[in-house]
Design a protein around this ligand. Structure first.
Ligand code: ADP
Length: 602
């Protein structure tokens, strides 16, 4: 009676386990397949054992062929389970055996044992309430169980170094419970072997390589591979953009210089077109650098005091310039309560708004573009609510969520509008870095509205003279007649561009192609008023050259780092290295003017 209760319980338990295990997605590996096979074997075993118990309790004739078949099937179940367990034990052991060979040996053994089960005779001995099969078949089962126990012990001894691994736990439990059951069976006559095997199986669910965990591991692996590939791509783009900056420097520099010449009108239009195109190219290169910096977590938000009004005015001017001949109604609304001096990263604030404005102009053929800035002030914080609305092509509902994914562009086949699909991805990440939000509302064919919300600390409600002073760019060309500027760059084209841009200042320009040549000249007593020193040069970098120059007695010429390395934080690095200032390539006319005014206006 007790055995039957145990078996029915085992059956219920194993059924639940089967449901749980098979309802989940699993990995197709040996361990899982083996475990699945063992579960099914246990389920059938419990069912047969419960059935035989119930038949016996109901006084069924034990010599009936049906009953004999059931008992034989139970024997078969033991043999299959034992061979499966044998396979499991060998496969988790450190014995580096050929998996295929073990599999074949296991199948062969199982077939042999099943044959023996069919052939060997048995009889039922019934004493009081308990019945037990006896005979050659039962002896064989006992013998196989002993063999299995010996195999298990051998494996445990061989693998004693890793014995703490949880996958060996079912083996210990199996040995321990088998021993207990053997004793109980001999004392009380209770048949509990099926329950033990079922219990070991249930336990194995928790100790085999967790299928979920393994799946997560595989997913993580795939994810990390994808991320690596993504980084490799971004790194490649980033180094390409870096390479592009050098020739771009020449294009920007020469076209700027040409635009200041007295050229015929048609030539001037073409020069302006070259300048526009190179500016677009520079925007793209900068976007790629930005996204690679963001992905490498190298982009920092650099908060300083700034005038938001100033940014707004610059944005209005830029929007008007970008509009060109397009017949759009530009509408600007500025909330005068916005405090004059805020604390934030003005470069990034301007960049994100400009991106929205540029997109609105790009994607609107007719109608309007509305740029509105409002504010909500609470204590010393100013919440800027910046919205850019247009009556343009709009965005399909299904595309809105993909909007901030890099390289994502919509209806690309039907558009001739230039773009990289990077702008909004950068915008979103920059806004996140500034702890702000961006909200999109768009109706396809009707127009879009992008709203940015960012909180900035209030420094002053009215502009201070300091901020005014630093934010106003006075573009006055300094007359540097009689001054000597040394330009050091390994690239001849870069030297030509620098010389051409410096011509405006009427200084004497001397160019050399390496740090060694610069050291020679200065070592020989030549005097200069300013040095523009490229950093990335073969054999001796600009930074190394500077160290050597500083070691020369009496050297105190202001030295400006000249580099295509436009990564954020570079300026600080060069100042730390001992440079007086920093200019990035392509050389910006305004920046060059600032540097010349600072060091040669004496
Ligand atoms: P880009 O403009 O360089 O392609 P963005 O990341 O700035 O890249 O924009 C991604 C895509 O979102 C664009 O290609 C365009 O399809 C869509 N989009 C962005 N802004 C607007 C807008 N104001 N109106 C319609 N579509 C827009």
């Amino acid at each position: 009676m007790i055995s039957v209760i145990f078996n029915i319980n085992g059956f219920i338990y194993v059924t639940l386990m089967v449901i749980v295990f098979f309802s989940k997605q699993r990995l197709r590996n040996t361990e899982n397949s083996l475990f699945a096979a063992m579960l099914i074997t246990s389920l059938i075993g419990c069912l047969l054992d419960s059935l035989s118990g119930l038949l016996y309790l109901n006084g069924y004739d034990m010599s009936n062929i049906f009953y004999i078949i059931i008992v034989k099937l139970i024997f078969a179940y033991y043999m299959v389970w034992d061979t499966e367990m044998f396979y499991y034990v060998v496969s988790i052991s450190n014995l580096k055996l050929d998996d295929n060979k073990i599999k074949k040996a296991t199948i062969f053994t199982a077939i042999l044992l099943l044959l023996l089960v069919v052939i060997l005779p048995f009889s039922i001995s019934s004493v009081g309430d308990t019945v037990r099969p006896v005979g050659a078949a039962v002896d064989m089962i006992f013998f196989v169980s002993i063999l299995l126990a010996i195999t298990i012990m051998t494996v445990l001894i061989i693998c004693r170094k890793n014995i703490k691994s949880k996958k060996y736990l079912p083996l210990f439990i199996y040995l321990f419970l088998s021993l207990i059951i053997f004793i109980i069976q001999n004392i009380t006559g209770l048949l509990l072997m099926t329950s033990v095997l079922t219990f070991v199986n249930v336990l194995m669910y928790f100790t085999i390589e967790n299928p979920d965990l393994q799946m997560i591991e595989q997913l993580n692996e795939a994810k990390s591979q994808a991320e690596k590939a993504n980084h490799a791509k971004t790194d490649f783009l980033s180094s390409m953009s870096h390479e592009i900056r050098t020739p771009l420097n020449a294009i920007v520099g020469f076209s700027q210089a040409l635009s200041e010449e007295n050229l015929p009108e048609s030539a001037m239009t073409e020069v302006k077109d070259i300048m526009d195109a190179s500016e677009t190219l520079l925007d793209i290169v900068n976007s790629i650098l930005d996204i690679s910096k963001i992905e490498a977590n190298k982009l920092e938000i650099i908060d300083k005091e700034y005038s938001f009004r100033k940014i707004y005015d610059e944005l209005v001017a830029l929007t008007k310039a970008r509009l060109g001949e397009k017949p759009l109604d530009l509408r600007f609304h500025y909330d005068d309560t916005i405090p004059e001096v805020l604390y934030g990263d003005k470069v990034r604030v301007k960049q994100v708004i400009l991106n929205l404005l540029t997109n609105s102009i790009k994607y609107t053929k007719e109608g309007f573009v509305d740029f509105t800035v409002r504010s909500v002030i609470k204590d010393d914080m100013c919440r800027l609510i910046i919205s850019v609305e247009d009556s343009g092509i709009g965005i399909k509902k299904e595309n809105i969520e993909k909007l901030f994914t890099k390289f994502e562009r919509f209806d690309e086949k039907n558009t001739t509008i230039e773009g990289t699909g990077l702008g909004l991805a950068i915008t979103k990440r920059l806004i996140n870095l500034m702890n702000g939000q961006i909200i999109v509302h768009s109706v396809f064919g009707e127009g879009s509205k992008f709203t940015i919300v960012i909180d900035q600390k209030i420094i002053a409600t009215k502009a201070t003279s300091e901020i005014e002073k630093t934010s106003t760019i006075d573009f006055v060309i300094v007359d540097a007649t009689g001054k000597r500027i040394l330009v050091v760059d390994d690239n001849k084209l870069n030297l030509k561009v620098a010389s051409r841009l410096l011509e405006t200042y009427k200084a004497e320009i001397i160019t050399v192609e390496s740090g060694f040549a610069a050291l020679d000249k200065i070592g020989n007593g030549e005097k200069y008023d300013l040095i523009l020193l490229d950093d990335m040069m073969p054999r001796m970098s600009g930074t190394e050259t500077l160290q050597k120059l500083k070691a020369l007695a009496g050297f105190n010429t202001p030295t400006v780092a000249l580099t295509a390395n436009a990564i954020e934080g570079m300026k600080e690095k060069y100042l730390n290295d001992g440079f007086d200032d920093y200019l990035s390539k392509p050389i910006d006319k305004m920046e060059l003017n600032r540097v010349i005014s600072k060091y040669l206006n004496k």
